[in-house]
Write a protein that binds this ligand. Sequence first.
Ligand code: GLU
Length: 293
Amino acid sequence: MKAFMTRRKSLLVAASTALALSLSACGGSTSTSNPPVAEKPSFAADTTMAKLSSAGKIVIGTKFDQPLFGQKGLDGKPVGFDVEMGKLIAGKLGIPADKIEWKETVSANREQFIKNGDVDIIVATYTINDKRKAEVSFAGPYYEAGQALMVNKDNTSITKPEDVKGKNVCSVTGSTPAATIVEKYGAILVPAATYSACLEPLRNKQVEAITTDNVILAGFVAKEPDAFKLASDQTFTKEPYGIGLKKDDTVFRNWINDQLEAFAKDGSYKKAWEDTAGTVIKTAPELPTIDRY
Ligand code: GLU
């Protein structure tokens, strides 16, 4: 996994209140895009691509409460960078956006949803790691995030992960940041099912920080810049995001990897970013080196 760990991007989170407010007012939370749909693409028989393409529909797991990556809009459809990635892949299978069934997946149920066949793929800020690879397979990475801490705006005592030792920190059950903050930094975990469920405990000081990936936290800060801030711009882990699929469906995994590289070449990866997370996080990513394990 070394190859895609080399590029570390600093985040330029929109700092001005006015900008952040205008973003939350018109920040794409209800807009939906319709990326190109391949006409009658052909696939080798018995592949997952052939099966999905001829069914004309796909079930995609994503987050429903994470601004910028996967958040359910007022029209009931999720929007965000993960959602755009899902739509682009569906399009290459000849499946239009309105034939995608979006299923909410939270951090703790992703492996099980894939194993049960509840979803065909998951695009949900889903870190690729060896423990998860024992249960599911991953295409990608298509983005690399890193763990960070979010605190109340008036907090001055927490600027690095070492500062949360022995303190209450909210994170999500089944996530990599929840494990790291306890095992490596000695925090007391206050677990929640989703990151948005951590916001009230932080606001009313039942916890001193929320921890997860920097880009997830940046989305919450952009929505409430007067309430919250990132403890620091530094991240303290690597969280390469993969697209989860059935374990050992190598043909499907390779095909998705090929599509990701094509999206980087034809500009659709960049556009997906600019339309979503890029409205807040100004440094546009480059597609990381694909991990063709
Ligand atoms: N990327 C981390 C993970 O997959 C944190 C974000 C999340 O929980 O979805 O565990």
